[in-house]
Design a protein around this ligand. Structure first.
Ligand code: 13P
Length: 253
């Protein structure tokens, strides 16, 4: 059995100015140990706060992620930010294909695949998001939708590249709604995702991939979710915006 280092990531979405970022991270740093060996912690502030965040996190074990990137390295793409730019301000991770970007910005599976390749080119670890709508779940299409998102989003990837990715299962009906998937519901999908990864990359690479759960993860439900065999961490939205609740999630038991 591969041992996967649990990953707790906070996706701040469109919250926090640079000043608020410095305040939240200094509160968070004091609530976490100076070194972490049995879990990894990542925060994803908005672009404009990344540099401030990198400064606030210097010397702490918390790592930095962006929430998106453009697939090109540079060029005439007004309003976009590239992988080398993210790397230059200290990011190690980047969230790709979040359902909010798919829904509100029309991001497609093909664009997700291009962004995953760009992140790897630029030495950023992609956190690739997949998940079904409530209608897809109720129609019984949940697993086929997720399998399609994974196969298209990871198209052309080698087994070695897949092994180094993080996948985030975020059922859209659970995001920001307070309705978490039960540990059993989440585990069912995580196991199916791992099965798809076995088909794409083989047993040992699939066993190395961290599959994190996102969707109303809170201090009072994190322990049950993380106790499941294929749930390797959490991608936390709302509860990552306060130091106390995020620190409690990081300290899951
Ligand atoms: P919430 O934790 O606010 O439901 O958000 C989940 C999410 O979308 C993280 O990427």
């Amino acid at each position: 059995m591969a041992t996967r280092l649990p990953l707790i990531a906070g996706n701040w979405k469109m919250h926090k100015t640079p000043a608020e970022t410095a305040e939240l991270l200094s509160a968070l740093v004091t609530r976490l140990p100076a070194a972490l060996s049995d879990r990894e912690v990542v925060v994803a502030p908005p672009f404009i706060a990344l540099e401030t965040a990198a400064r606030a996190l210097r010397g702490s074990p918390i790592r930095l992620s962006a929430q998106n990137l453009h697939a090109e390295t540079h060029g005439a793409f007004t309003g976009e930010v590239s992988g080398p730019m993210l790397k230059a301000v200290g990011c190690q991770y980047v969230i790709i294909g979040h359902s909010e970007r798919r829904q509100y910005c029309g991001e497609t599976d093909e664009q997700v695949a291009q962004k995953v390749k760009a992140a790897q080119r630029d030495s950023l670890t992609p956190i690739v998001c997949v998940g079904e709508t409530l209608a897809e779940r109720e129609r019984g299409d949940m697993l086929s939708v997720i399998s399609r998102q994974i196969r298209a989003g990871l198209a052309g990837q080698t087994a070695q590249a897949i092994a180094a990715l993080v996948l985030a299962y975020e059922p859209i009906w659970a995001i920001g709604t307070g309705k978490t998937a039960s540990p059993e519901q989440a585990q069912e999908v995580h196991a199916a995702i791992r099965h798809t990864l076995v088909e794409l990359a083989g047993q040992s690479s699939a066993a190395a991939v961290r599959i994190v759960y996102g969707g109303s993860v809170k201090p009072d439900n994190v322990d049950g979710l993380l106790a499941q065999p294929d749930i390797d961490g959490a991608l936390v939205g709302g509860a990552s915006l306060q130091a106390d609740s995020f620190a409690r999630i990081v300290h899951f038991e």
